[in-house]
Design a protein around this ligand. Structure first.
Ligand code: NDP
Length: 333
């Protein structure tokens, strides 16, 4: 089987030369293990951070080793109780065609309940991130105005829709192309949207949300966060989910320079990880599955075929060439 290795630590933007596609022998499963043929690989922004040799909430990828990441695949051999060939599982050994892992590190998923891709996106990590970030970290309440950056992405598109479903007063999103801006209002139900590349974020946000910001869901950091602080209403709450504008910057990150405004305006900024809220997962799955079934929640995926294009898919996602969740599809055999 083939797998993608990290062979050099990128500084700034990663390039294809930082990765290698290598052929390896798939080991036989030991007792309690299964062999999984991966069908979908997830490529995610946080993986950029793992390419640096820096302390973080997840350890760095090792050089000349396969990278890890979310994947869904079919069990093709099993030495474990409870999992049989043909079962479909979600697990953390992506970026490879075949994964050999302990059965207790694989979660069986139901292909009848939802398409397999949903388990890596809207019903998986990115959907959960949207749900707990908005409802828990930002303490969203009905009647709030909401601003979402990265709004046409996997997390952002779901945040905007949940805010609307839960009774937001007005939902505004920003994204990086005219096509995405159109999707935000026409498909995801945002009340207004703008392209952050068209002009200063602060001016465009002020025009789109004259009522001011009660809740900001931050996927981007930098100028976006500064604009949200500048236009925050008293008691505003900001969920710090990601800072993708900084992930490929080699120098020191630029701040929000106006953080002192948080004092007198009682602005709360709360960093969070989806994994902080394991007790919310059941409720999230029930509610999101019902919204999907009733057509109240829509989601998009950008799917790239072939493990040989996994690095391109990852780089394209960082460049904004995805709409919704970016995934890599592998053939069944
Ligand atoms: P997306 O599907 O949103 O893909 C990334 C998007 O980021 C691109 O499509 C691009 O869209 C946008 N982007 C890239 N560079 C910039 C920039 N300089 N300024 C503004 N936007 C930019 O990815 P995810 O939904 O998976 O992740 C979104 C955010 O959530 C990330 O910051 C990620 O790190 C974070 N995250 C956090 C989790 C947590 O537990 N806290 C869990 C999962 C994700 P565009 O065309 O609009 O520029």
């Amino acid at each position: 089987g083939r797998e993608v290795h990290l062979v050099a630590r990128p500084e700034g933007w990663p390039t294809p030369a930082d990765f290698a596609l290598r052929e390896v022998t798939v080991p036989r499963p030991g007792p309690g293990q299964v062999v999984v043929r991966n069908l979908y690989l997830s490529v995610d922004p946080y993986m950029r951070g793992r390419m640096n040799d820096a302390e973080s909430y997840v350890p760095p990828f090792r050089l000349d080793h396969v990278m890890e990441g979310g994947a869904v695949g079919r069990v093709v051999a099993s030495e474990a109780e409870g999992l049989a060939p043909g079962d479909v599982v979600l697990h953390g050994l992506g970026w490879r065609e075949y994964a050999v892992l302990d059965a207790d590190r694989a979660t069986r998923v139901d292909p009848e309940l939802a398409p397999l891709t949903a388990y890596l996106g809207v019903l998986g990590l990115t959907g959960l991130t949207a749900y707990v970030g908005l409802l828990q970290a930002a303490s969203f309440r009905a009647g709030d105005t909401v601003f979402v950056s990265g709004a046409a992405g996997a997390v952002g598109s779901v945040v905007g829709q949940i805010a609307r479903l839960r009774g937001a007063r007005r939902v505004v999103g920003s994204a990086g192309s005219a096509e995405k801006v159109r999707l935000l209002t026409e498909r995801y139900g945002f009340d207004a949207a703008f392209n952050y590349k068209d002009g200063p974020v602060r001016e465009q946000l002020a025009a789109a949300l004259p009522e001011g910001v009660d809740v900001y869901f931050d996927n981007v950091g930098g100028e976006h966060l500064e604009a949200a602080i500048a236009l925050a209403n008293k008691g505003a709450r900001m969920a710090l989910c990601g800072a993708i504008s900084q992930y490929n910057e080699a120098g020191e990150p630029v701040g929000p320079r106006n953080l002192a405004r948080a004092i007198g305006w009682h602005i709360r900024l709360e960093g969070f990880l989806a994994s902080d809220y394991p007790e919310q997962r059941g409720e999230f799955l029930r509610e999101a599955a019902a919204w999907l079934r009733d057509g109240e929640l829509v989601h998009d995926e950008t799917v790239v075929d072939g493990i040989e294009h996994a690095v391109d898919a990852f780089l394209d996602m960082l460049r904004g060439r995805n709409i919704g969740k970016m995934l890599v599809r592998l053939p069944e055999s």
